[in-house]
Design a protein around this ligand. Structure first.
Ligand SMILES: [Zn+2]
Length: 316
């Protein structure tokens, strides 16, 4: 049905042979790119529009066990693979969809074996590519109750802090709904939804376990919890969405309390993914990607940003 490259299935850096294979893979991948991904990101960040920067090609890589990063350099997308079909979380930008599909194939998997596509939140940079990926794969698309109408219409919800400035995304006609805390299954895979409203009303953070031999890790795909908003939007005393600060606080509390070994945030740099990857694949620390405090750290900085933003609003 499908084949995989040896490097993709080997536990990382258990032996010298594996390590040199991974090092060679890293070198050949970086040669295939216009520049090393982190440099490419820094070099064009001043000139290029955000979506072009976000869409810089990123070679796919194993996170742990059956979990793989298949996104672009600036926007995360994660494939959770099984012999009975795969789950894909997020589709990045509309123009990212072919890159995500190519990354899935580069790992030796078939796009047609993606059976379920999930989303963090319905913004163009995380849900924009889902419609095309759904067409390519035939996968079922599922969303939270408050996210599903936006995925179906392609338009942000009125309670969205960025409602006034967001453009439409390619809509998806058939979207099923899950509930908070529900665990979704594809073959042996079990992925749990944690509603994390605030940045959008229907935002969702995802957790699952991935194993290598006897060792299983808690994987987390964390939704945005940033203060991004349209000009003039106020988080405090908001009449359109009076619960928005409570929503943020409950989402902060929920994400920081998750069992969390390997964190991928929707914008990878917000959870230091590239530094952690370098620790694993360049500095050869087999646990380089793992940080049991990653979710709590992720929330700490976002909570501080929100407190600062609210203080500024109240001082106006
Ligand atoms: Zn967003």
């Amino acid at each position: 049905m499908r084949s995989r490259h040896t490097a993709a299935t080997s536990p990382p850096h258990r032996t010298t042979a594996t390590r040199s294979t991974a090092a060679l893979a890293l070198i050949s991948l970086s040669l295939a790119l216009p520049a090393l991904p982190s440099r490419a990101f820094a070099a064009d960040s001043a000139a290029a529009p955000a979506s072009a920067r976000w869409n810089v090609t990123q070679a796919p890589f194993k996170l742990f066990g059956n979990s793989y990063y298949v996104g672009t350099h600036g926007l995360s997308s994660v494939l959770i693979a099984s012999d009975k079909g795969h789950v894909l979380i997020d589709g990045a930008l509309p123009e990212s969809a072919p890159k995500i599909a190519a990354n899935i194939r580069a790992l030796g998997f078939r796009v047609e074996d993606v059976k379920l596509i999930l989303n963090s939140h319905v913004h163009f940079d995380h849900a924009g590519g889902i419609a095309e990926l759904q067409k390519m794969s035939g996968a079922k698309v599922m969303a939270s109750e408050r996210a599903a109408p936006s995925l179906k219409s392609g338009h942000a919800a009125p309670e969205d802090p960025q409602f006034q400035t967001l453009g439409p995304i390619p809509p998806i006609s058939d979207v099923s709904v899950f509930k908070d805390g529900e665990t979704l299954h594809v073959g042996p895979l079990a992925i749990t939804a944690h509603l994390t409203p605030g940045h959008t009303p229907g935002g969702t953070t995802w957790t699952w376990d991935s194993c290598e031999k006897e060792r299983c890790l808690h994987m987390v795909y964390a939704d945005s919890l940033s203060t991004a908003s349209s000009p003039g939007f106020k988080f405090s005393n908001n009449t359109t969405n009076p619960n928005i600060l409570k929503d943020f606080e409950s989402s902060f509390a929920k994400v920081s309390a998750l069992p969390c070994d390997v964190l991928v945030s929707v914008h990878p740099e917000l959870s230091n993914l590239w530094e952690r990857l370098e620790a694993r694949d360049v500095a050869h620390d087999p646990n380089g990607l793992i940080d049991g405090h990653a979710c709590a750290k992720y929330v700490t900085s976002l909570r501080e940003s929100m407190a600062k933003r609210v203080a500024e609003e109240r001082a106006e």
